[in-house]
Structures are given as structure tokens and as C-alpha cells.
Design a binder for this molecule. Structure first.
Ligand code: ARG
Length: 580
């Protein structure tokens, strides 16, 4: 519908703007065509006349009149009105609404067309660190990143998942030395179940035992030099960590697999070449044995350009150097058109520095877009960073266990009759869905408060509420048995509101893709469920006295709503259930 209105406006403007030097496209690129909140103002409203008021030096109302006078007739629009101070309101033809809904119901993709310009998009997300527990703040990157990945793939983009794990650095000398010690003491290989304890013990040994520290430092050098033994031990640490993380991804219904790992170590061989190149291009300079890049746009407190070390005087490379090589690789080898980074907002300056250096070095062609998709912190109910009762970081695994425990109690309290496998799977779906949705539904750029009660509530903008709306529709169909579905006819406001909302599904999906913000889709699904509940209260479906044609039309509206809920939640990585 928006496209239709845009087309009509374009035609009209070509006449209205004929004698000015303003191009239609420059205006239409900025114009808003929004669904109205209040039906008495039509179904869509546009601010195009306001946008033209300044350049044409006329009042918006007069411009609106000119535009309306030049609008062509269109089947999908029944009426056009002007509202103060110059909005143009479009009333949709119910027949065309019905037609659009019936086609949507026939369409497997629910009228979400593939993007006409498919791109190669590298999505950098999750990125936990080796020999460290995946902590609860990693959930944000993992869950938000994965939803965006699913949306982009659905729109036909070639998505490359890049799990930039922290698998390189000087800490590996210490970790290898400690792994060796544990294996020697136990006489066998070990299984890592508590990374935090392992890391802590390694550090304690390093700090208190000089012989251990010497060995650890030696191992770093050997590992970097490609020593076979050190490499084997390093591999073990990486494998043990990825093994455990994969279990969490699977449990979270996140689409990452081991194939998506492109850790820091992968760029190791590129680092000397990148540093040489930056020196050769005069972007980097040598300073007291270290190689440094000064960027005028980043200044220190004294107002002098900030130095970014890319090679230390001992020859070691840094997080920044790796990320420079990584940008180069993603553009030159993976042929990325767009690179999205899902990391918390504290890495903003790091990424901006990396990109500024890459731009200066000519690694980033103009048409390539590098986007930081930052997110805030997860806070406890007290407004402080989310911690366990004893002040430690919350482990993701414990959090998910807790969620399942709470849902089990919840189902008991709701007197659920579900049993066995079905019950287990319902518990899993609600527990995981609630935790993920709590994160997805907030504007990701702000900090968010982790609140069990809110996220597990069956009321409000939560996963259980949406999952429940879906199950409720399935219950209608169980009751309707084999009643056939019929074409949708719109007979009242609640049907029209629901119908208009259903048609906005594609817009919601596209905004997630362009802004990398899954909360747009969450809000959409929440509003859709609310409109469905209104419709369901106002419009009996199976009650006696409803004529066959109306009943079958309403069943189709129910079915279409269920399909959109299932598809929408599926894109967010959340499952629906027949019964809860
Ligand atoms: N491993 C890093 C961390 O835990 C996140 C990596 C983000 N991606 C990147 N290309 N720097 O903070």
C-alpha cells in the first residue's frame, strides 16, 4: 500500500513541482507515509506537504491541496482528505484490503518479498573468549545478532556468521602451562567444566610460582612461533571451550555452529603484513620501538592526537591490529558489502579507531558499510550490573536452568495438563523464549533491567504472551475441527485494524534488517497480538448464529494471524507451541 501511495505522490509531484528546481525524488526520499493511529484520519498519512512548505515558500495546506488535486484515481484508495496543518490522509478501499489479505494468506512468504538488492553481509556476533565462561552479557550479542541474521537471510541476503572468538593472546602461555600441570597431576586428559576456576587457578600459579611464570612466558613465544606441542595444547583449550559454547547455542536455539568460528587466531599470519603496509603508506610510525598510528580525530586529555599501538616494542600485536586485518579479510576475501558488529557499547571507540585506520589505508571501498550495533548492559533490579547474589558474574547456563525451573513452577500453578515429552518441550520453549525475548524487545542501545517476573508474565510485551496468543488460535482450530477456511471479508473495525496490521508485517521485518534492531519486530508482534485479542473479543468465530461465510472468513483471519506470529517469532529465534 505504501508503494502505491508513493507512486501516486510521485506522479502528482511531477506536476506540482514542474516550475520549481526541486526534484520529486529528493522529497520522496525523506517523506513519511505512516499508518495512522486514529482511523477517522484514514489509514495512511503523509507529511509531504510540510516538507515542501519551506522550499516552495507556501503554507503546507495550500501545497497539500495542489498535490491532492493532481492525484490520479486508484482502486486501492477510496478517499483522500487534508487534515490540519497539512497532512494528507488516505483511506484504503476495503475491497483492496480484503484482496491483499487473501493473497497474503495464499503466499508462503506472507508478502515479505526478498530484497531486490541482495548483499553479502558479515555479522560479527557472540564472540566469547576461550577458557572463559560464556557470561550473561554474551547473551545479548548472541541473541540479538542471531535474530538479525535470521531476518537478513529471510530477505535473501548472503549472510556470513562470524564468531570472532577470543582465541589468541599472551594469556595462552599461562593457560597451556596450567593445563599441562593439571594433566600431569591427574595422569589423564581433563574435562573443563568450570572455566572461571581454571582461569583463576592458572593466574594464581602464574603470580606465585616463578618457575611456572617462566615456563608460561616461554610457551607464549613458542606458540607464536608455531611450536607443535604448544599448538596442540592450545587446540585442546579452544576445543573444550567451543564444545561447551555449542551446547549453549543449541540450547538457546541459536543458529551458530562450529563452522562459524573465525577467531582472532585466524588473522595471525596477516598481522605483520598489515603493520608493514601501514608503515609503508606512512599511516603508522615507529615510536620507541613500538609501531603506532596517530589519528587526528581522537585526542587525549591534553588535546594531542591519541596514539594507537598496533605492534608493541616486544613484537606483540594487539586487539586493534587483529581487527584491522579482520576488516581487510572480510572485504577482500569474503567480499562483504556490509559488516555488522554486535558488541557492547564500550567497544565503540575501539571499532571507530579500527575503521578510521582501515579507511585511511584504503581497505574500505566507498560502497561498503561498517556498522556498530551496540547494546547496553544488563542490569539487576537494583539498577547495578547484573550479578549473582555473591557478586560473581552470572553464568548463562545457570540462568537458563533457573528459567526452566521457574516455568515448571508456573505451569504447575496454571494447572497445566501437559505431560511427558510435550511438557518438557513446552517448558524449554517458554523458558528460552522468555529470556531471549526480554532482551530482543528492548531498544538494544540502552541498558536493560533483568526482571524474571516481567519476562515470564503472560501479560504484556513478553514471549509467553505471544506464544499464548498463538496457542489460543490453535485451540480455536482444534475446536473448529475440519471447518474449511473461506475468503476474508472485512465487516467491522476490529477486523480492519487486524487486517491492516497483518499487512504491515513486511515493513516490520524490513526495519529489523535496515536498523539491526529486532525490537521493531517484537513491538509489531505485540501490537498484532493485542489487535487479535480485540478482534477475538468483538467477533465471535465459532459461536452459534455466526453465518458460514463470516465464520470461514474469521477463521482465515485467525489462521493468517497465527502464521504471522509463527514466522515472526521464528525470525526472532523463538518457537511456538500447539498447546501450553
Ligand atoms: N571477544 C570480544 C569480547 O568478548 C568481542 C569481539 C567482538 N568482535 C570484534 N571483531 N572485535 O569482548
Amino acid at each position: 500500500m505504501k508503494q502505491t501511495i508513493l507512486g501516486l505522490l510521485k506522479d502528482s509531484l511531477s506536476t506540482v513541482l514542474k516550475s520549481s528546481d526541486i526534484s520529486e525524488d529528493s522529497i520522496l526520499n525523506k517523506v513519511h507515509i505512516d499508518r495512522t493511529k486514529d482511523k477517522s484520519h484514514g489509514d495512511f498519512a503523509t507529511n509531504v506537504a510540510m516538507l515542501l512548505s519551506k522550499p516552495l515558500k507556501q503554507n503546507p495546506r495550500a501545497i497539500a491541496e495542489m498535490i491532492v488535486n493532481n492525484l490520479k484515481e486508484n482502486n486501492n484508495i477510496s478517499k483522500v482528505e487534508i487534515a490540519a496543518p497539512g497532512f494528507i490522509n488516505f483511506f484504503v478501499n476495503t475491497k483492496s484490503l480484503e484482496q491483499a489479505l487473501n493473497s497474503m494468506h495464499q503466499d508462503e512468504r506472507l508478502m515479505v518479498k526478498k530484497d531486490s538488492v541482495p548483499k553479502t553481509v558479515v555479522v560479527d556476533y557472540s564472540a566469547p573468549n576461550v577458557a572463559k565462561e560464556m557470561a550473561v552479557h554474551h547473551i545479548r550479542s548472541t541473541v540479538i545478532g542471531d535474530a538479525v541474521v535470521k531476518v537478513l537471510e529471510f530477505l535473501g541476503h548472503n549472510v556470513i556468521r562470524a564468531n570472532h572468538i577470543g582465541d589468541w593472546g599472551t594469556q595462552f602461555g599461562m593457560l597451556i602451562a596450567y593445563l599441562e600441570k593439571v594433566e600431569n597431576e591427574s595422569g589423564q586428559g581433563m574435562e573443563l567444566s568450570d572455566f572461571e576456576a581454571f582461569y583463576r587457578a592458572a593466574k594464581e600459579n602464574y603470580d606465585s610460582d616463578e618457575a611456572f611464570a617462566v615456563k608460561a612466558r616461554n610457551y607464549v613465544v613458542q606458540l607464536q612461533g608455531g611450536d607443535e606441542y604448544c599448538h596442540k595444547m592450545w587446540r585442546k583449550l579452544v576445543d573444550m571451550t567451543t564444545e561447551q559454547n555449542q551446547k549453549l547455542y543449541d540450547r538457546l536455539d541459536v543458529s551458530l555452529t562450529k563452522k562459524d568460528i573465525m577467531g582472532e587466531s585466524m588473522y595471525n599470519d596477516m598481522l605483520p603484513l598489515v603493520v608493514d603496509d601501514l608503515l609503508k603508506k606512512g599511516i603508522a610510525t615507529t615510536d620507541q620501538g613500538a609501531v603506532v598510528v596517530y589519528l587526528p580525530q581522537f585526542k587525549n586529555k591534553e588535546g594531542e592526537p591519541l596514539g594507537n599501538i598496533i605492534r608493541k616494542s616486544d613484537g606483540g600485536y594487539l586487539y586493534t591490529t587483529t581487527d584491522i586485518a579482520c576488516v581487510k579479510y572480510r572485504i577482500e576475501t569474503l567480499h562483504a558489502d556490509r559488516i555488522l558488529y554486535f558488541t557492547d557499547s564500550r567497544q565503540q571507540q575501539h571499532l571507530e579507531t579500527v575503521w578510521a585506520i582501515c579507511n585511511k589505508a584504503g581497505y574500505v571501498p566507498d560502497n561498503i558499510s561498517l556498522e556498530h550495533c551496540p547494546f547496553g548492559m544488563m542490569l539487576g533490579k537494583d539498577g547495578k550490573p547484573f550479578k549473582t547474589r555473591s557478586g560473581g558474574t552470572v553464568k548463562l547456563k545457570d540462568l537458563l536452568d533457573e528459567s526452566e525451573k521457574k516455568v515448571t513452577e508456573l505451569l504447575k500453578a496454571r494447572d497445566s495438563k501437559l505431560q511427558g515429552e510435550e511438557r518438557d518441550s513446552v517448558i524449554h520453549n517458554i523458558a528460552i523464549g522468555a529470556v531471549k525475548y526480554a532482551d530482543l524487545s528492548k531498544n538494544r542501545t540502552t541498558d536493560y533491567v533483568f526482571d524474571w517476573e516481567q519476562m515470564l508474565s503472560f501479560d504484556g510485551n513478553t514471549a509467553p504472551y505471544l506464544q499464548y496468543a498463538y496457542s489460543r488460535i490453535q485451540a480455536i482450530f482444534r475446536k473448529a475441527q475440519n471447518e474449511p477456511l473461506g475468503p476474508i471479508t472485512i465487516t467491522n473495525d476490529t477486523e480492519e485494524d487486524l487486517g491492516n496490521k497483518l499487512l504491515a508485517f513486511s515493513d516490520a521485518v524490513y526495519s529489523v534488517a535496515s536498523k539491526s534492531m529486532p525490537n521493531y519486530l517484537c513491538n509489531y508482534l505485540f501490537e498484532l497480538s493485542n489487535l487479535f485479542m480485540h478482534f477475538y473479543e468483538a467477533c465471535p468465530v465459532l459461536k452459534e448464529g455466526v453465518d458460514e461465510k463470516t465464520r470461514q472468513s474469521r477463521l482465515t483471519l485467525c489462521d493468517l494471524t497465527a502464521k504471522v506470529l509463527k514466522q515472526g517469532l521464528g525470525l526472532l529465534g523463538i518457537s511456538v507451541m500447539e498447546q501450553m
